[in-house]
Design a protein around this ligand. Structure first.
Ligand SMILES: [Zn+2]
Length: 109
């Protein structure tokens, strides 16, 4: 099964197999060195790129910490994964990926 990932509407959405699975204005808890907060609450402003490794979907985000205001681009963060029942979003804190996705795309791929 192929998982097709792309960005839609000026990088406002991540689309997986033609379904929008993540979008701007979401707030993601991120465990990692984005800002000086113990846990970053990342307000998503845009997606820089999205990628897929097997069934795993990751994205890089431009956003800001809603607690301290630090803004910038993140490294690769998990968005979710394909299951036999369809796409399942990550629940809880998101940790940075150590590796880039096997396939990564910027814009509409
Ligand atoms: Zn912060």
């Amino acid at each position: 099964m192929t998982t097709r990932v792309r960005l839609l509407d000026d990088a406002a959405w991540v689309s997986v197999n033609d379904t929008r699975v993540a979008g701007v204005s979401e707030v993601w808890p991120v465990a990692g060195a984005f800002c000086s907060c113990p846990l970053t609450w990342l307000g998503v402003e845009a997606f820089v790129e999205a990628g897929v490794t097997g069934r795993r979907v990751d994205a890089r985000v431009h956003g800001h910490c809603v607690v301290c205001g630090e803004s910038g681009e993140t490294g690769w963060l998990p968005v979710g994964r394909m299951t036999d029942d369809g796409f399942r979003s990550v629940v809880g804190a998101r940790g940075y990926r150590q590796r880039s996705p096997v396939f990564g795309g910027r814009g509409e791929v």
